[in-house]
Design a protein around this ligand. Structure first.
Ligand code: AMP
Length: 191
């Protein structure tokens, strides 16, 4: 299996690039943000619980997210690999993912991090808020909160994978095509 984590702050382009990457490499896209938004749209108990956190720019509790990933993984046993988008977001999630992978006799192949400046990120998120219908993209306070959560809780995940020699930064500014080429180049070196 080829298991890729696409890493980066909110607004770094993970969703856009993930769509292209899964198509190019035939991976199953696992976006915890998308799964959570689906739970909210379906008005499930999990969705109702998650919404309180999402609307405040906070992370949904680890146990909830890890359970969701476990279920999704088991529902796609035929996959030749996964692209994890927006997960793991805490070191505890990264450890749970590593455990899950080893229970399934596989591992994370590579972590690619999109590198984008904070000014550019805020501009992109406010723009996306005008069209995405995402309540967490409309409010600059919520966006700033998501950045501070990223720095405090998610950024340490980079160190976790750096220590395992699986972490690589890729330029996240420029055109969508240019960024995609940079990602493909890093992946193709491993393939
Ligand atoms: P995203 O679409 O990845 O930007 O996620 C939107 C929101 O969903 C985040 O701001 C979090 O509140 C929540 N969320 C998504 N993925 C995770 C995760 N792996 N752990 C905790 N919360 C998450």
């Amino acid at each position: 299996m080829f298991n890729l984590i696409l890493f980066g702050p909110p607004g770094s382009g993970k969703g856009t690039q993930s769509e292209r990457l899964v198509e190019r490499y035939g991976l199953v896209h696992l976006s915890t943000g998308n799964l959570l938004r689906k739970e909210i749209a379906d008005k499930t108990a999990l969705g109702l619980e998650a919404k309180r956190f999402i609307d405040n720019g906070q992370l949904v509790p680890d146990a909830v997210v890890i359970g969701m990933v476990d279920t999704y993984f088991d529902a796609h046993r035929e996959a030749k690999g996964f692209l994890f988008d927006g997960f793991p977001r805490t070191v505890a999630q990264a450890q749970a993912l590593d455990d899950l992978m080893s229970r399934k006799n596989t591992s994370i192949s590579l972590v690619l991090a999109l590198d984008v400046s904070e000014d550019e990120l805020i501009k992109r998120l406010l723009n996306r808020g005008k069209t995405s219908g995402r309540s967490d993209d409309n409010d600059e306070e919520v966006i700033r909160k998501r950045f501070s959560v990223y720095l405090n809780e998610t950024r340490p995940v980079a160190l976790h994978y750096n220590a395992l020699h699986k972490f690589q930064e890729v330029k996240g500014e420029g055109s969508v095509d240019e960024i995609f080429s940079g990602l493909c180049e890093a992946i193709d070196k491993l393939h």
